[in-house]
Design a protein around this ligand. Structure first.
Ligand code: FAD
Length: 468
């Protein structure tokens, strides 16, 4: 192996790294991938997207079965078998990880087990668990080392009463009560899982609303829906103290108006903060710039060192698996000298939160569009008026299309409700093709589907929605 020359060596096998490796192989490059974990797939497959969505699915099935009678199906003795929930999650994670292993083999990608470190120029040093070192000769390098949980001073985790997103995936039992600190995607998803599993749950958020990066109307609807289900939200509150007690934990803080807040539960989930993982990469003394922990790159994902690229959570763009993958493709196409390499358009990145009801968006919120000086027009369609949503028994939420008056171009779409995370894909296509709201509204959507709500919201921009 020592004298072998690779065209590209990818450090990290998350959705950034493994996708980049496959595309590089497809483009005819000779590829190596270095992963320090025994399993491939990174945060996304092992501790992020996949296991969380599997838990959410189990929570959904459990809740659906409790409401089976609403659909004329009598079910009794419905019980949560949490150990089996965890088993299924493990099985699905393992299958996904094995699938990535298969894809590495299928694409003739050489896998190195160990921690990769830049040894510029043109080399990556790999240190195995046993301390043995190997050197890879390589023309290009892609750093795809991802991110890890960032410790929050004063809220140190112990993996038992105070947990982070890694720990909470491995629980053996459902806690009786749970406080979730942080109402971003990770926080509301876990709140949505464990409240349905029976934990009395409260979400605490520093900013004035849940999912604070989403459109304000979406946040309001989510808070309303959570309240209806008994999931409590304590927004606009800065927690500054945590104490462990014999029964669990007590956290306290203040609202922006100075009101004291004190909450008690068996468990605290700290769902705020991740940081780019650059430990041991050997960036010191290179021309690679790191700012606030993140590796700085240009529009083609190039760092300050020629032939060294960085992608995914380790660069300062939103921490999302699909974005990591697309950044990987841009990097690889660029190094392979492909024509028409298109840098990422950050306005077209979909954001999905798989809580219940689901939340998804792409583009500008109404407020951001106005802030940017657009003459804004909005169309909204509630799922309450959708035949299919009624069939599903999921009538909460709406689709909101934000466009601008001059050309009618769609600037953003915001969805809360059934299958929002699937519906957003057509809105991404529409925006990628610079569609007008009128064109999206003219596009025939099958009946009965929840996707009709997207069409109707687009028609609603011009006051032409049919079913409201
Ligand atoms: C709880 C949770 C839920 C999430 N849910 C979603 C979701 O639903 N949708 C979504 O889009 N995103 C989600 N994310 C975010 C998503 O997981 C990340 O954005 C994504 O994994 C980033 O991919 P990446 O390839 O940049 O890095 P990672 O997936 O973090 O992979 C990096 C890999 O590099 C390896 N590595 C690091 N340093 C070295 C080294 N020196 N040598 C060798 N190997 C190294 C690591 O072991 C790791 O396997 C979630 C995250 C969390 C925590």
């Amino acid at each position: 192996m020592a004298n072998e020359q690779f065209d590209v060596t990818v450090i990290g096998s998350g959705p950034g790294g493994y996708v980049a490796a496959i595309r590089a192989a497809q483009l005819g490059l000779k590829v190596a991938i270095v992963e320090k974990d025994k399993r491939l797939g990174g945060t996304c497959t092992l501790r992020g997207c996949i296991p969380t969505k599997q838990l959410l699915m189990s929570a959904h099935v459990y809740e659906q079965m409790q409401h089976a009678a609403d659909f004329g199906v009598q079910a009794s003795g419905i019980q949560l078998a949490f150990a089996d929930v965890q088993k299924r999650k493990e099985k699905v994670v393992m299958k996904n990880s094995k699938g990535i292993e298969f894809l590495m083999k299928k694409n003739s990608i050489t896998r190195f087990n160990g921690t990769g470190r830049l040894a510029l120029p043109g080399k990556v040093e790999v240190t195995g668990e046993d301390g043995k070192k190997q050197t890879i000769n390589t023309k290009n390098i892609i750093i795809a080392s991802g991110s890890v949980v960032r410790p929050i001073p004063g809220f140190e985790t112990d993996g038992e009463r105070v947990v982070n997103s890694d720990h909470i995936l491995e629980l053996k039992e459902v806690p009786k009560s749970l406080i979730v600190m942080g109402a971003g995607a990770v926080g509301v998803e876990f709140a949505s899982v464990y409240s349905r599993f029976g934990a009395e749950t409260t979400i605490v958020e520093l900013l004035p609303r849940l999912v604070p990066l989403e459109d304000e109307e979406v946040s309001k609807e989510l808070e309303r829906s959570f309240r209806k289900r008994g999931l409590k939200s304590q927004v606009d509150t800065k927690l500054d103290k945590m104490e462990k007690t014999a029964e669990g934990i007590v956290v306290s803080g203040k609202t922006s108006k100075g009101l004291v807040v004190k909450l008690e539960a068996e468990m605290l989930l700290v769902a705020v903060g991740r940081m780019a993982y650059t430990e041991g990469l050997g960036l010191e003394g290179t021309k690679i710039k790191v700012e606030r922990g993140f590796i700085q790159v240009d529009e083609y994902q190039q760092t300050g060192e020629k032939g060294v690229y960085a992608i995914g959570d380790v660069v300062p763009t939103p921490l999302l698996a699909h974005l990591a993958s697309k950044e990987g493709i841009v990097a690889v196409e660029h190094m392979a000298g492909q024509k028409d390499v298109r840098p990422i358009n950050l306005r077209l990145v979909p954001n999905c939160t798989y809580c219940d009801p689901e939340v998804a968006s792409v583009g500008l919120t109404e407020a951001k569009a106005r802030e940017q000086g657009y003459d804004v027009q909005v169309g909204k369609f509630p799922f309450l008026a959708s035949g299919k949503a009624r069939i599903l028994g999921e009538e909460e939420g709406f689709v909101k299309v934000v466009s601008e008056k001059k050309y009618d171009e769609i600037l953003g779409v915001h969805i809360i409700g059934p299958h929002a995370t699937e519906l957003i894909a057509e809105c991404c296509v529409a925006m990628q093709l610079e569609s007008t709201a009128e064109e999206l509204g003219r596009t025939m959507h099958a009946h009965p589907t929840v996707s009709e709500a997207v069409m109707e919201a687009a028609e609603g921009v011009h006051g032409l929605a049919i079913h409201i």
